[in-house]
Design a protein around this ligand. Structure first.
Ligand code: ADP
Ligand code: MG
Ligand code: ZN
Length: 647
């Protein structure tokens, strides 16, 4: 399967086929003297009339079909009106009359005679050659075209042109399309390129060790694991880790995506799985990597009516069988990656198949710092740049987001014709990734601007004053994406969240609407997003997290893919609704109370916003005074710093 080594064969291009078809169709049309085009006007006339027209010198050309005993006489443009008797219709160049004749000899005689008299000087064409080959083409042509298309489509479907390789005909559909990664590739990824993820990295490195040095483990009677599953949110570096394994392991590495198994034909996936494992066993010791395994590994449906995808199930069954099929010491290790471990089939996850699950989580502030270091390497930076600051500004960002920020910042700097990327460019890139493009052109009245400022200042004030609300980074009333204004927060790096924290969050989110009601007297549509978030959060707390007063310690979470039925009674549903309403009402009152107590400070903040449009945490601190609580992000950064100093 080492496709790269084969000389590339000339490709059969689709364009050529289109050109051929167009030429054939075009020729067929014009070969019928344009009559097939249908743009000429025609009329049936008697043979006598025809003779009359010719003797009057109207004919420009005559096409004779001897077999049918008919002829078409094309008319000279200046005489078209004489025959069709119309005054206002454009007859065009192709007008003709049709007639039938009895004897070809007589016709020939008549035409010769007229030619001698000088009434007719055009040519006479016979169309009897038409019947043989052209009849054949007309009746079988469409069929041939359809067959050609079919063959072509099959070729496409079996991936002849995608996934880098020579042309694979329809007969190769069942072959695995795994790519063998070249060890000497220029774009080799190593473990150095993967920043953070210390735990995951160590586990994967261990797998490389197993293959390089199996004796070390088997001597003590241990068995080498068969497979490891990389699980984690998108963009956290799962594929990158696997690529690093390929770069570092000195063994063949088969890489394939789960969707490569899926094909329209039943049985193809299964045979691809079989083929892949056969190749792998030949090359053992080696690694098979299946990216996005959820495409095939989705839980098999347990209801007969729901089993819509037999093909996927048989592919999965084959995969399960193959993973059982070789001994633990055969030297084939399977790596797979997914961001939906919850929907994978249980059989796939049991020990003996994917023995290990390696969790690849979103990076914390220190890991973000390391990832920034990796992606800042190729950039030209100026010295305003502080990596700590960047890491702090990007909570909740995945590795992919950070890579994106770095690239976006470089683009922004280039757009402004700078010769190095600075802090401002990074801030602009972060804003852009969180909020979308700034819309400076959106026109707002002063009244609208004031309302938005009051709303955003409401969020900002409350989150500043509540201990567990996320600390603020900046507030703006410049419209961005679909939002009119926005307050940016640093989500705290928490592993678990307490009830108090969630309630404080909720209160801060409701602060916008509360400020509108208190200080403008009306409420507006601008709070819809806030309300939606609060409502979802409240339902989550009460129905899933067991935090309701009347429903303590109950979780109604339904993991069912087809959740048609609620796992609780109507009465419980009413209780949940009631609790949600009460919780939100309570937090709304709390928000209003806090704002009333700090009305003057809130007003200052809103005024500042109207004037400056963007304000930062320092401005809020100047008005409200410093917060007495340290954030967890700072604690994490601090502890890491101490660790480094001790080392
Ligand atoms: P996924 O987990 O969805 O497979 P990828 O591995 O494809 O994510 O990551 C996408 C990109 O994000 C990588 O190409 C890399 O540039 C960047 N990235 C993600 N995680 C890291 C990391 N830990 N260190 C460095 N770069 C990373
Ligand atoms: Mg991936
Ligand atoms: Zn809001």
């Amino acid at each position: 399967m080492d496709n790269k080594k084969k000389p590339t064969k000339p490709r059969f291009s689709l364009t050529w086929l289109y050109v051929c078809i167009a030429i054939i169709l075009g020729y067929l049309m014009f070969s019928r003297d344009g009559s097939a085009l249908g743009n000429g006007t025609s009329k049936e006339v008697s043979y006598t009339e025809f003779k009359q027209y010719v003797s009057q010198g109207y004919a420009s050309k005559i096409v004779v079909n001897k077999k049918e005993g008919s002829l078409e006489m094309f008319i000279q443009p200046e005489h078209v009106r004489d025959i069709f008797k119309t005054t206002n219709v454009q007859q065009g160049q192709q007008a003709f009359v049709k007639t039938e004749f009895l004897s070809a000899e007589k016709l020939q005689e008549f035409l010769d005679e007229q030619e001698a008299l000088g009434h007719f000087s055009g040519n006479v064409n016979n169309r009897n050659g038409d019947s043989g080959i052209w009849n054949f083409v007309w009746s079988f042509g469409p069929l041939i075209i359809i067959i050609l298309f079919w063959v072509l489509i099959m070729q496409r479907m079996s991936g002849g042109s995608s996934s880098g390789g020579g042309p694979m005909g329809i007969f190769n559909v069942g072959r695995s399309r795994a790519q063998l990664v070249d060890k000497d590739e220029a774009t080799k990824v190593t473990f150095k390129d993967v920043a953070g993820q210390a735990g995951a990295k160590q586990e994967v490195q261990e797998i490389v060790e197993f293959l390089k040095n199996p004796a070390k483990y088997t001597e003590l009677g241990g068995k080498i694991p068969k497979g490891a599953l990389l699980v984690g949110p998108p963009g956290t570096g799962k594929t990158l880790l696997a690529k690093a394994v390929a770069g570092e392991a000195d063994v063949p590495f088969f890489s394939m995506s789960g969707s490569d198994f899926v094909e329209m034909f039943v049985g193809v996936g299964a045979s691809r799985v079989r083929d892949l494992f056969r190749q792998a066993k030949e090359k053992a010791p080696c690694i098979i990597f299946i990216d996005e395994i959820d495409a095939v590994g989705r839980a098999r449906a347990n209801r007969a009516a729901m089993s819509s995808n037999d093909e996927r199930e048989s592919t999965l069954n084959q995969l399960l069988t193959e993973m059982d099929g070789f001994g633990t010491n055969s030297g084939v290790i399977i790596l797979a990656a997914t961001n939906r471990a919850d929907i994978l089939d249980k059989a796939l996850l049991r020990a003996g198949r994917f023995d290990r699950q390696i969790h690849v989580d979103l990076p914390d502030v220190n890991e973000r710092k390391e990832i920034f270091q990796v992606h800042l390497r190729p950039l030209k930076k100026d010295d305003t740049l502080d990596i700590d600051f960047l890491a702090r500004q990007t909570p909740g960002f995945s590795g992919a987001d950070i890579a994106n920020v770095c690239n976006e910042a470089a683009l922004i700097a280039a757009r402004n014709s700078k010769n190095a990327v600075g802090k401002d460019d990074f801030l602009a890139a972060v804003d852009r990734i969180i909020g979308g493009l700034e819309k400076k052109t959106k026109v707002m009245t002063d009244e609208e601007k004031r309302t938005i400022a009051l709303h955003e200042a409401g969020h900002a004030s409350i989150s500043w004053l509540l201990q567990y609300a996320n600390p603020l980074v900046k507030v703006t009333i410049v419209p961005r994406g679909r939002a009119l204004g926005a307050a940016w927060y640093l989500p705290e790096e928490r592993q678990i969240t307490t009830r108090e924290q969630m309630l404080d969050e909720m209160c801060a989110t409701l602060g916008g609407r509360a400020a509108e009601e208190l200080f403008t007297g009306h409420i507006s549509s601008g709070a819809m997003n806030d309300l939606e978030r609060v409502t979802k959060q409240a339902y989550g707390m009460i129905a899933y997290m067991g935090m309701g007063e009347q429903l303590p310690n109950l979780c109604y979470y339904n993991n069912d893919e087809y959740g048609f039925q609620k796992p609780y009674s109507e009465a419980t549903a009413e209780t949940i609704d009631g609790e949600v309403k009460a919780m939100i009402a309570q937090q709304y009152e709390r928000a209003k109370d806090i704002l009333k107590q700090n009305a003057d400070k809130h007003a200052q903040l809103a005024q500042l916003l109207v004037e400056r449009e963007v304000i930062f945490a320092d401005d809020v601190e100047r008005i409200f005074g410093p917060r007495p609580w340290t954030s967890r992000t700072e604690e994490l950064l601090e502890s890491k710093r101490e660790e480094e100093e001790n080392a």
